[in-house]
Design a protein around this ligand. Sequence first.
Ligand code: ASP
Ligand code: MG
Length: 511
Amino acid sequence: MTWTVHKFGGTSVADASCIRRVADIIGGQRRGNNLAVVVSAMKGVTDDLLGLVEKAAKQQPVEATLKTLRTRHEKANLELLGAAGAKSIMAEFDRDLADIESILKALALVRAASNRSRDLVSGYGEIWSARQIAAFFKHELGKGRDVMFLNARDVLVIEHTEMGPVTNWELSRPKLAAAIPSAFHGVAVITGFVASDKDGLPTTLGRNGSDYSASIFGALLDADEVHIWTDVDGVMSGDPRQVPEAKIIDEMSYSEAMELAYFGAKVIHPQTMAPAVGRGIPIWIRNTFNATHPGTKISASSGSRAAAVKGISGVDKVALVNLEGAGMIGVPGTADRLFGALRDAGVSVMLISQGSSEHSICFAVREEAAEQVRTVVERAFAVELSEGQVQRVGVTKGCAIVAVVGDDMAGMPGSAGRFFGTLGVAGINVRAIAQGASERNISAVIDAKDMTRAIRAVHSSFYLSAKTVSIGVLGPGLVGGTLLDQLARAAPTLRTKFNLDLRLRAIGGSK
Ligand code: ASP
Ligand code: MG
């Protein structure tokens, strides 16, 4: 039986009415496949649980938070299952609560919170959420199909590595196979976020880890698709706070999604996708609160060839560092020493650019690391600086990186020209440029104050949005007034038919 994974985040399961909506969505899916429904804790519960651990370690009172958590879950359970149905769920809840209380007491005694206690306690939110959703599904969707609750801690084994948590597939696969009855046909509600380590100790995939859970279960179950249900319609071509014309991207490739995610499109974290990407499983971003919207499909293919550029994004609070000197020309190992020193200092580099003259290397880092970076680089090149082979280490704060992303830019002349041409016309100075050989991303470092303007200009130049024409009307009398009426009537047609966006910006009388 083929599986499809559906993941619902904390806002999607925040209360009883949200959970009903989730049941409607799941009930509306084709019946052919088995469905794995991976859920987060109700919104805010993980924060509360982690807060409890910190409070206990400081010997602060925890009763109020425990009570709020209980009331919240009880209310949802009562609304979903009625008094009789809620009873057994709440009995389990109270057993968990008693365990949590014992842990908190122990933490208060030793006045310290360990990672282990944090991992254990913070995972209860997903268990409560999945348990109540499974019970409700049984009640609501159970006619003619199986519904089961699956605690990921019983099947998912992970290891914590330098790159973050990774799945132990050899151990997890057989455990999962054993947990799901072979004749199973229906819906399995699975806890997101939580897992066990090799020794069977409870752990988690880290904050916001449920998307990662969904992708891992997609791979473990050989799912045909993974749907991430969240509270936006999909991945957008730009940040709507910066670009009001930004639109939902219907289809994009994994690489495009990763590039855009890095630059602030926070819909999905790159690492999260890896297990699905490895098996070519398409990931859909869907909106729980607007379920008829098709959302964004992220797969191996970039999809429509309508525009070379899929999205435009920007990050600010960036500092540009420039290392310059005649002594670097033709000297092997300069870059190695530079970036080696930064690695040793734990600084992540966002963008690198070196011209072929090798007279200078420049790179971008987060602004907050700027002073540390200056010290690190000055130390690494102390000898060259004192002997004048390296003239200076220049640090410019207050920068931003603007990037255009799209697989179809590869091998297509003119994308860079249009990008920089647009910035030029807008009067925006470009401080540094980087484009990798994949040609999937072109980035420019500019002054942070120009960022929003740059993103808007570039967005409209790549025809992601209609061409905007701003109009001012002076003299709204008989003629002017008629013109205003005509503009209002014509605007929608001009927009849809001719991709022309008329905006009335000012009206002035003779006074
Ligand atoms: N509940 C967890 C958190 O808030 C995991 C998740 O929601 O993805 O971090
Ligand atoms: Mg979340």
